[in-house]
Design a protein around this ligand. Structure first.
Ligand code: NAI
Ligand code: MG
Length: 353
């Protein structure tokens, strides 16, 4: 039987609640689909940091290389600075595992009310292709003259032709595969005259390879507004690391809840394992209460199976999610209901045909 080796980093807070929920769904899907997933837990995260002084083991990246994919919950806790928890785990993994695509569907499911008045599932169906390896989050910069009036911080963005070309090409391919075949590029070339003028030039060059895709560029601030006022005009969005981070929080908010939004950190060349995660964080405000919505993690698990070549299994999970959300009987508090993480998870496993 085909068996996929999956590294699991449940992490912190509700990561440790939604990851087991998703694994339960993945196991049932696998046994129905005639394949298996072999899950290996890695204890990394903020508790690990408090005990060992590091977010993950020094040979962490090498160990992850032995897996087919990585399934991540959430990283972050009030006891550890976010600059440490993100900078020493998630961001280095994305960079060192060459996961240069961050793929984030933003879709309003039937049964969820959008905070945008009068909008339904036909209006909100987008996917963001976020650059995940360089740009504003490359990590270059420094701080000098600490504690003096001259204290200075410099944080630099790095944009390379190779980096922009490959993310643009991936985004055009995603657009090509969707019925509307539209791609919006997020820019800010009016103010960032070096990096974003370059971004626009390179994306426009790649656009020539895809004459069947309608390509439009928007300044990122205007695009934020457009997502709220005219979401139905957007299909695929390609954005730099920072812009994509911000746009996808708007996208998940207008889709009803952060608790349903999944993401994949993808290495399209398949030289390194890809990593799938809900886009939400560790939610310290609700951690330990057993009420986190597991849908984002379950959907991220479905994206992982799709990436591993199990498209029918992905489709079965999505259908189960849509059935449960659509029938509106079982809802976690973020969706206006009273169900627990366990009840929601059971509803999805029961709905798997
Ligand atoms: P967050 O996503 O953890 O929470 C924002 C709000 O959404 C909270 O009110 C939370 O209760 C709610 N929420 C999030 N996921 C939910 C779910 N599945 N079900 C129901 N409600 C949900 O973002 P926040 O509060 O900014 O960050 C908390 C910690 O998580 C920080 O340490 C941050 O650095 C970290 N973080 C980690 C991420 C990751 O691991 N990829 C991503 C974002 C934040
Ligand atoms: Mg974010």
């Amino acid at each position: 039987m085909k068996t996929y080796r999956i590294a699991v980093i449940a992490g912190d807070g509700i990561g440790t609640e939604v990851v087991p929920a998703a694994i339960e769904v993945l196991k049932k899907t696998a046994s129905n689909g005639g394949f298996a997933c072999d899950f290996t837990d890695l204890p990394w995260g903020c508790d690990y940091y408090l005990k060992h002084g590091r977010m993950m083991d020094p040979d962490g990246v090498d160990r992850l290389m032995m897996f087919d994919a990585i399934f991540l919950g959430a990283i972050g806790a009030p006891t550890v600075s976010d600059a440490i928890s993100a900078r020493e785990l998630i961001l280095p993994l994305r960079q060192r595992l060459l996961q240069y695509v961050n793929l984030r569907p933003m879709r309003l499911l039937t049964g969820i009310r959008s905070p945008l008045a009068g909008r339904g599932p036909a209006d909100i169906d987008m996917i963001c292709v976020r650059e995940n390896s360089e740009g504003e989050y490359c990590g270059l910069g420094g701080r000098v003259h600490a504690g003096t009036p001259a204290e200075t911080a410099v944080q630099t963005g790095v944009f390379t032709r190779q980096g922009i070309e490959r993310i643009a090409r991936y985004a055009f391919r995603v657009a090509q595969s969707r019925p509307r075949k539209m791609l919006a590029s997020a820019t800010k070339s009016n103010a960032l005259q070096h990096a974003m003028v370059f971004w626009d030039e390179v994306v426009a060059g790649v656009a020539k390879e895809f004459p069947d895709v309608t390509y439009v560029k928007y300044h990122v601030d205007a695009l934020c507004a457009r997502m709220v006022t005219h979401p139905q005009t957007l299909d695929v969005i390609v954005a730099s690391n920072l812009f994509g981070d911000i746009l996808t929080d708007i996208g998940s908010a207008i889709s009803g809840s952060l608790g349903v939004a999944p993401g994949g950190n993808i290495n399209p060349d398949r030289t390194h394992p890809s990593m799938f995660e809900p886009i939400h964080g560790s939610a310290p405000d609700i951690a330990g209460k057993g009420i986190a919505n597991p849908i984002a993690a379950i959907w991220a698990g479905a994206m992982m199976l799709d990436h591993l070549g199990e498209r029918p299994a992905h489709d079965r999970i999505l259908a189960a999610i849509e059935r449960v959300i659509g029938d509106e009987r079982v809802k976690t508090p973020d969706l206006g209901g009273k169900a627990s993480t366990k009840e929601m998870t059971r509803a999805v496993t029961d709905a798997l045909a």
